[in-house]
Design a protein around this ligand. Sequence first.
Ligand code: C2O
Ligand code: CU
Length: 431
Amino acid sequence: MSLSRRSFLGGMTVALAGTRLPAATHELILAPQSIKAHLAGYDVSMLGFNGGLPGPEVRMRQGQTARITLDNRLEEGALVHWHGLRVPNRMDGVNVLTQDVVIPGDSYRYQFGVPDAGTYWYHSHYLSYDQVSRGLFGAFIVEEQNAPAVDHDIVVQFFDVLLDQSGQYDEAFNPAHFATEGRIGNTVTALVFNGTGKTVKRGDRLRLRLINPSIDRVHRVGLDGLIGKIVALDGMPLAHPRTLEPILLAPGQRCDVIGDATGPIRFDDSFGEQTLSLGEIAVSGSREPAKAPITALPANRMPAPKDPGQTAELVLQGGAGSASHNGTGTWALNDVSGLPRRPFLSAAQGTTARISIRNETGFPHVMHLHGHHFWELDAAGEAGPYRDSTYLDTGETRDILVVLDNPGSWMLHCHMLSHQADGMATWIRVG
Ligand code: C2O
Ligand code: CU
């Protein structure tokens, strides 16, 4: 009821502004199934939504309502999580906390509004370390009511997979993957989707939406052939666009870049010891570059933080070579592995909470909170970017500030999915 009313009002605003009036709802079916994917020159047996890896790009206008049917054509359970979108709790796609697993042959209807413009993604949230690594993910784009003028809007997903000698998904089980930096693949590809299919010319203005759907691999993405700015992180606009330099993208994180092409756009990854080349966007022909400066994207409506009504500490523990803890898994949060019976934090709706996260392990992690974005605080307590996932290197501590305005039970976990699978997950209760 309130959803359709909101999208009606959203539609009115658009009509008054004189731009195209989008349909109030966006309907689609997402059917996870076995597929053959073309990766690194091999035909690999993988999983995909609607026959593809990545799954279809979902693209909506801010203020619309999504009606998405999950049609499970797998031989195992399925669930879809809308990563970074502030959806009602029962639409969040998390078994145990928000819904039951959808069994093979069954379907489930998700319906939610998209209040925030930006670059998000969707992925399996059931046995996700396995299902996401086999291909169950896709981009979820919410366009601004007044999007900046660009010639191309291109989604690039940096996907890492472990293939065996014969070029098939490596089925070997290696317990060491769960206790270290995770299951790092040997094949990293930039999956590029240019919706318009128009050739990119030198001088064209591009919006690149970079997504890291890899289960465990952190990318540090360098871009060649583009002069521009970083305009958003984890979907949310930066008030002050940043200079374009290599971008740290931990699993689950996103980054939007706007810039003008000066040549073929090449992506590389300098996170590891050697720099990997990830792929490129070809360029042909040229034109005069646009003169308009690259400015901040229109802000999303963010809640106003108050003085923290609640503070909490979250200690990341476990993994190879670190001190023991009291959890039953390899990894633990505050001495508990996996979802505890009681939430890590319980707060009345609207509470501002300050959470101090301390990484006591020998590996980096990326902590993701469902249903909310939060501010990363710097050492002086100043608010940095408004994100849904925060990266912590070994030994690092970071405080985050979050307005817990979305009622329900929300997962908080490491988005290195092998770590999540082996204990690094907890939850927050709001309202
Ligand atoms: Cu991107 Cu709990 O997930
Ligand atoms: Cu982790």
